[in-house]
Design a binder for this molecule. Structure first.
Ligand SMILES: [Zn+2]
Length: 343
């Protein structure tokens, strides 16, 4: 099969487009013919290398995968060969305390597609049967490729971690990113008041179309000052962020008393500083989240089918252009999802 893989960690030039042997499904595994794969910031981290991350080379990146069933390892598979599927990003052990309490995404043996096990920058990928869900005909592969990570993570942050309520104020950083554009829509479903940031007027316009009511161009305006102005010095109830260092301290200052900050990433760096006094004197909560439990993807697919959510596909590119796709994310040039499609 054709695939994009790495043989060592490093820069964009470490991405190799070439041939690898086809994966072979074992019992209770499924071979999926990839139709589209979303590009996620985690792919950049894996390419560069992460502490404690050990992978077998050649390693195929790519976490957000949709396609059709190409072969099944056992006859009991619920979706037949040729069926359209969307893949859950995580493989869990299924029998630890966390898995049995329904928190499979917190399993200590949790393995992520494209991070711990080979992912979807390829024509074929194999996953356990439990990792495939049906994808309705009314949702295109390109649209669906932004759902498995960006939308599920945003869902986990907004609903399960921040527990955002109708009428609350929420600041969503980087409204043009995959996470940000999903979070804006999910926050609006609750009836919350959404403030978002982006680095250009064009991105802000698109964020506005998704439901963000208040827009801040972070290249021209100080977001802390703007949040204070917009909320009349009250502050926001929730901050949703994945930027880290660049925005951390000011994000805490954006919070109203009793506010919650939820983080799912650190694209500008993870070594933050802050004054702890703000946290206890103002009763703040700092919360972490990454992926979500498998049921979340089913809910998101349903809402998309009803067009209560809209996928934000920024650009579709051939798989062989994976280097260019990584460059777009690295340079923050994209609004919405960059999707790779095998030729
Ligand atoms: Zn487990």
């Amino acid at each position: 099969m054709k695939a994009v893989y790495i043989n060592e960690h490093g820069g964009i030039d470490r991405l190799i487009h070439g041939d690898l042997p086809d994966p072979v499904p074992n019992d209770h595994e499924v071979l999926v013919r990839v139709k589209a794969c979303g590009v996620n910031y985690i792919d950049l981290w894996v390419r560069r290398g992460l502490p404690f991350l050990k992978i077998d080379y050649p390693f195929v990146l790519g976490q957000e995968v949709v396609g059709e069933v190409a072969a099944v390892g056992s006859s009991s598979c619920a979706i037949p060969v040729g069926g359209r599927v969307i893949l859950h990003i995580g493989v869990s052990c299924g029998h630890c305390e966390l898995c049995l309490s329904g928190r499979d995404h917190q399993c200590s043996g949790y393995q992520l597609l494209g991070k711990n096990i080979p992912g979807g920058y390829a024509e074929l990928v194999k996953v356990p049967e439990a990792n495939i869900s049906p994808l309705p005909e009314s949702i295109s592969y390109e649209e669906a490729a932004g759902l498995p990570t960006s939308f599920t993570t945003a869902w986990n942050m907004i609903f399960r971690t921040a527990k955002l309520q109708p009428g609350e104020w929420v600041l969503i950083h980087a409204g043009g990113s995959g996470i940000g554009s999903a979070a804006i829509q999910l926050a609006r479903l609750t009836g919350a008041k959404v403030i978002t940031t982006a680095g250009s007027e064009e991105k802000l316009e698109k964020a506005s179309a998704l439901g963000a009511e208040y827009l801040i161009n972070y290249r021209k305006q100080d977001f802390l000052r703007e949040v204070r102005r917009i909320t009349k010095k009250r502050g926001v109830d929730v901050v949703i962020e994945h930027i880290g260092e660049e925005v951390w301290e000011r994000s805490l200052l954006c919070l109203a008393t009793g506010g919650r900050l939820v983080t799912c990433g650190a694209t500008s760096g993870s070594q933050i500083t802050m004054d702890l006094k703000h946290v206890f004197f103002r009763h703040l909560s700092i919360l972490g989240a990454t992926s979500a439990t498998k049921d979340v993807l089913l809910k998101i697919v349903r809402l998309l089918e009803e067009r209560k959510l809209q996928p934000v596909v920024g650009r579709t590119m051939p798989l062989s252009d994976a280097r260019e796709a990584h460059r777009l994310l690295e340079e923050r040039q994209q609004f919405g999802k960059v999707v790779l499609v095998p030729e």
